[in-house]
Design a protein around this ligand. Structure first.
Ligand SMILES: NC(=O)C1=CN([C@@H]2O[C@H](COP(=O)(O)OP(=O)(O)OC[C@H]3O[C@@H](n4cnc5c(N)ncnc54)[C@H](OP(=O)(O)O)[C@@H]3O)[C@@H](O)[C@H]2O)C=CC1
Ligand SMILES: Nc1nc(=O)c2c([nH]1)NC[C@@H]1CN(c3ccc(C(=O)N[C@@H](CCC(=O)O)C(=O)O)cc3)C=[N+]21
Length: 294
């Protein structure tokens, strides 16, 4: 705990890997009860280094926990029609339980057209409007991995959510919006701030739970944080350090650790939960498909 003064207290770190390991152990145990290993198909277009590295991480972790994973690495100039044809083939393949199309897609492909084409029962990203609607109706089935992973992490570290004042900075379809739905479903009082929010600091200082999902280096500074608040840093920014090497940093300034009660690091915070939740969603999809075939 900290009183926010300069008493030298430091926020409790909330590392991602132990929480991710617990989520993965549960997913692996559920997968082992199925007749065959759940099968995830991952599609990426082009060679964007971040996408290549994320997809490699997802594929590697899937195999580690005993899932079957197939990566389709298509050329950058793959047409929308060809991509939709692949999605249709994966939808129809009874051996495929989960489909993920890595975002962002090149400009000549409509993300909406592709995400809407994925069978909602195989939509392990939770981006199809049917799954978005179920989440907002309070009946989540397959829900977006980053916010679902964050909720798992809060539970793992026994951070109270019901009744808490939650502020999310960022309103994307991948993170901010679905996180708002999940926090509401968990009985928090929720505010979503964004680039048109005046006096952001006045809003964020209200938060017992503060989530930064913006993609701007050190946007959240100590003066924006209520003493003792739990701060979850979702941002992943690639910066070149004084040593000339590229490294990852979050949306939260490191000095926030002197004010916050608890803080997730970057890297090694939310990122590992995103991957673990993707594999948990793949097992959930496989379980539901097996039950539907009985
Ligand atoms: N750890 C993980 O697993 C993941 C990490 N990320 C990271 O999280 C970050 C956010 O990703 P994503 O949600 O996809 O990003 P988007 O770019 O889609 O959304 C960013 C949001 O931040 C808002 N914003 C931008 N500038 C400001 C500002 N100055 N003040 C307040 N709000 C602002 C935007 O507002 P507006 O809507 O008005 O434009 C928008 O809602 C990125 O760094 C990304 O790399 C993303 C996914 C997974
Ligand atoms: N259809 C789709 N679904 C996604 O879930 C999706 C996507 N597209 N596009 C991009 C974002 C980003 N994302 C991350 C996954 C893992 C880490 C992760 O493991 N991060 C590690 C570090 C990784 C590194 O060192 O590069 C960490 O934070 O510790 C980060 C970010 C999933 N996304």
């Amino acid at each position: 705990m900290t009183d926010g003064s300069s008493g030298g207290t430091v926020a409790r770190p909330l590392p991602g890997p132990p929480a991710a390991a617990a989520l993965l152990a549960d997913a692996a145990a559920r997968a082992a009860r199925l007749a065959s290993p759940p099968h995830l198909s991952i599609v990426r277009l082009g060679e964007d280094p971040a996408s290549v590295s994320y997809v490699r991480g997802k594929d590697r972790k899937a195999r580690e926990v005993g899932l079957h994973s197939t990566v389709y690495a298509l050329p950058e100039d793959t047409s929308q029609a060809d991509l939709l044809a692949l999605v249709a083939r994966l939808n129809a393949d009874p051996d495929v339980n989960g489909i993920l199309v890595q975002l962002p897609l090149p400009a000549h492909v409509s993300e909406q057209a592709v995400l809407h084409a994925i069978d909602p029962r195989k939509d392990v990203d939770g981006f199809h409007p049917v799954n978005v609607g179920e989440l907002w109706a309070g009946r989540p089935v397959l829900a977006p991995c980053t916010p679902a992973g964050i909720m798992y992490m809060l539970g793992h570290y026994s951070i109270p959510v019901a009744g808490a004042r939650a502020v999310i900075v960022g309103r994307s379809h991948i993170v901010g919006r679905p996180l708002a739905a999940m926090l509401l479903n968990a009985h928090a009082t929720v505010t979503v701030a964004h680039s048109r929010t005046p006096d952001l600091g006045a809003v964020t200082r209200e938060a017992d739970l503060l989530f930064a999902a913006v993609g701007r280096v050190h946007l959240v500074t100590p003066d924006m944080v209520k003493p003792g608040a739990t701060v979850v840093d979702v941002g992943i920014n690639r910066v070149v350090g004084a040593d000339g090497k590229a490294h990852l940093t979050g949306d939260v300034h490191p000095d926030v650790a002197a004010v916050a009660g608890a803080l997730t690091p970057v890297p090694g915070g939310v990122g590992p939960l995103t991957i673990a939740q993707l594999l948990a969603n793949t097992v959930t999809a496989a379980e539901r498909q097996a039950a539907a075939r009985l």
